[in-house]
Design a protein. Structure first.
Length: 278
């Protein structure tokens, strides 16, 4: 599976950043703590509805496909889920704030494009091979070319989304009146829906420990290696068979990446002083 560790802190803050952006362009009037906090909880409840789409990332393509084919399908899944989320969030903003759909779309796209460019800048990706001195696997080459394509398109289209954002700002904001429960127009999530959402997340607490042992073992080895605990990581690798780990997985360091961790020479030095599996 594809992993972008730099996305983890951003994923926890993205809802707040987008909410602040939406309020800057679509809301005027009372911004007291009570009104602001209530609007954020309403927005967050809808924003969280995009989370189940990430279940598609758990499809184990690598178990029944080659490394390159599994990476290709993972990238297509990522693209489909990303488009789906953009359309869903834009529709949610339209429903919550009474904005035009195209206005919501430009705000979301400008935010998403900016965030994607930052993630690509921070992500650990294969080094771009100019002179042919680095040999990448087919899967690594696919990741590299896709990242380059996404970065190029994101950079070229960012100005379009930004101009659209400026046009939305020029249209002016809308005053949000407090919702009257008697009118039946209050935006909220019903209790049965909260129970369904909570249950759908809680069930994975019991399922994931049984279905993800290879992924957890792989993460443990990678954590030890990238944090310089080479002896412990090699001992853990030696105590397991290759079949105990994720299919197509290769432990760090990856020489085709910028500043590989740990340095390959450090791993070789430790290997020369301890007994390990072949």
């Amino acid at each position: 599976m594809l992993e972008f560790p730099c996305w983890r802190p951003w994923s926890r803050r993205s809802s707040c950043i987008l909410f602040l952006l939406v309020n800057c362009f679509f809301v005027r009037g009372d911004c007291s703590n009570d009104g602001f906090g209530k609007r954020y909880l309403t927005f967050l409840s809808v924003y969280w509805m995009t989370a189940p789409l990430a279940w598609l990332y758990a499809v184990p393509y690598e178990q029944f496909m080659s490394a390159a084919d599994s990476v290709s399908l993972n990238l297509w899944t990522l693209a489909i889920v990303s488009v789906w989320r953009v359309l869903l969030v834009a529709r949610a903003i339209t429903a919550l704030y009474g904005a035009k759909w195209w206005s919501s779309f430009f705000v979301v796209m400008c935010f998403v494009d900016t965030l994607a460019l930052i993630i690509l800048f921070l992500a650990t990706l294969p080094v771009f091979n100019v002179m042919g001195g680095i040999r990448l696997s087919e899967a690594e080459s696919l990741i590299q070319s896709t990242a380059f394509l996404v970065g190029t398109l994101g950079f070229l289209t960012w100005l379009v989304w930004f101009i659209g954002l400026c046009v939305v700002g020029a249209k002016g904001k809308k005053h949000l009146e407090p919702a009257d429960p008697a009118t039946g127009h209050e935006n909220y999530v019903s209790r049965p829906l909260w129970i369904l959402a909570g249950a759908s997340l809680l069930v994975w607490v019991f399922v994931l420990p049984l279905t993800q042992p290879k992924q957890r073992l792989r993460s443990q080895v990678e954590h030890l290696l990238t944090n310089g605990k080479i002896e412990k990581s090699l001992a853990l690798l030696s105590s397991h068979e290759p079949s105990d780990f994720s299919t197509h997985w290769e432990p760090p360091p990856h020489v085709g990446y910028h500043n590989p961790r740990p340095p390959l020479i450090d791993v070789l030095e430790v290997l020369s002083t301890m007994e390990t599996a072949p």
